[in-house]
Design a protein around this ligand. Structure first.
Ligand code: P6P
Length: 337
């Protein structure tokens, strides 16, 4: 089928955005294109994971989170680090897969004004069962002086300082979704030309929704307030805005992407044994919260805006509640979630 609509590629879109700001240096656009390149390489391996015996399964190591590292985790991590290190727009990386920040510390990288935080392959426990997984990235402007190596402080910034954040979702199609303060835009990978093409311009999260996403297996260990909210969702009827639908695939990129498009709320609350929950603030909660807020939604840790949390260390965790504004406001009126 011939499509008459001229579809912008990611490169064309970032350059078009750049032309809106003649004073811009083009570094952020270039950084986003580099991330897109790494995503295309990761996509090739993700799409054939079941066919290539040396890419499925555990890598035989455990990451800083105490989770079994999958071979695809390492491949994705290495691809992103390699592209960003060999590029000219990034001074260093903080990754879920590495205990400490990775400082590129060469003459060109030290002149770069951005650093990147990432979860190279989120939801990797789903790889072996062919369920949607994702890459999550966050871009910050450095606070350390240019011409010097980046430092820990460049990464331990509040989410309100995020310059750009996005994810790649490896699902029925592969999409790259990213947000700057100008908006959220989604690009679908067209395998016939090997380019991400603008398919979801100016994405907005519907103010209302009927989807709630949570791991009910942890229900007994949630706070009374969270349980009350989940009970309210479960027993919604047509008379009070329901009925709601519970959808949870155990891969936050997939769950949040669906709720971003259809409207809904995603919850990963803390529990009695893990009050800070499971998800990591800097490279999971903050990027998804930034995207959701730019799209008109809300994101909290149950008591305050996620983007205002002051990070203390690279891998700290946080409870996460985010999604449609009206659903979040229903949740927020419950004190101390
Ligand atoms: P649980 C995947 O491991 C992940 O980090 C997120 O993608 C996902 O939302 C969450 O953990 C699922 O955790 O405890 O419900 O299996």
């Amino acid at each position: 089928m011939h499509t008459s609509r001229r579809v912008l590629t990611l490169d064309e879109f970032t350059i078009q955005e750049l032309r809106q700001f003649p004073a811009a240096t083009g570094e952020l656009s270039g950084l986003l294109r580099e991330i897109g390149l790494a995503a295309k390489r990761i996509n090739v391996e993700v799409n054939k994971a079941g066919l290539v015996d040396d890419i499925l399964g555990d890598a035989g190591s455990v990451n800083v989170q105490g989770e079994d590292v999958k071979k695809l985790d390492l491949f994705a991590n290495n691809q992103l680090i390699s592209v960003l290190r060999n590029g000219i727009y990034c001074a260093g990386v903080g990754s879920e897969e590495d205990d400490d920040i990775i400082v590129f510390d060469d003459e060109v990288s030290n002149r770069s004004k951005y650093v990147v935080l990432m979860d190279p392959l989120d939801g990797s426990s789903n790889i072996d069962v062919n369920t949607t997984i994702g890459t999550i990235f966050t871009v910050y402007r450095r606070v350390s002086p240019l011409e010097t190596p980046c430092t820990q402080k460049d990464f331990l910034q509040q989410g309100v300082k995020v310059v750009a954040a996005g994810y790649v979702i490896y699902g029925s199609s592969t999409m790259l979704v990213y947000a700057t303060r100008r908006g959220v835009n989604g690009f679908t990978l067209d395998p016939s030309i090997g380019e991400f093409c603008l398919s979801h311009p100016k994405m907005r999260c519907p103010d209302k929704g009927k989807i709630y996403s949570v791991n009910y297996g942890n229900y007994p260990s949630y706070s009374q307030e969270v349980r009350a909210y989940l009970d309210a969702c479960t027993y919604k009827t047509e008379e009070n805005g329901g009925p709601y639908t519970m959808r949870y695939i155990g891969s936050m990129v997939g769950d949040i992407h669906r709720n971003l498009i259809k409207g809904g709320i995603f919850l990963y609350p803390g529990t009695a044994s893990k009050p800070r929950g499971k998800l990591r603030l800097l490279y999971e909660c903050n990027p998804m919260a930034f995207i959701m807020e730019v799209a008109g939604g809300m994101a909290t840790d149950g008591t305050r805006r996620i983007l205002e949390v002051v990070p203390e260390h690279l891998h700290q965790r946080s409870p996460l509640f985010l999604g449609s504004k009206s659903m979040m406001e229903d949740l927020l009126i419950k004190p101390g979630n």
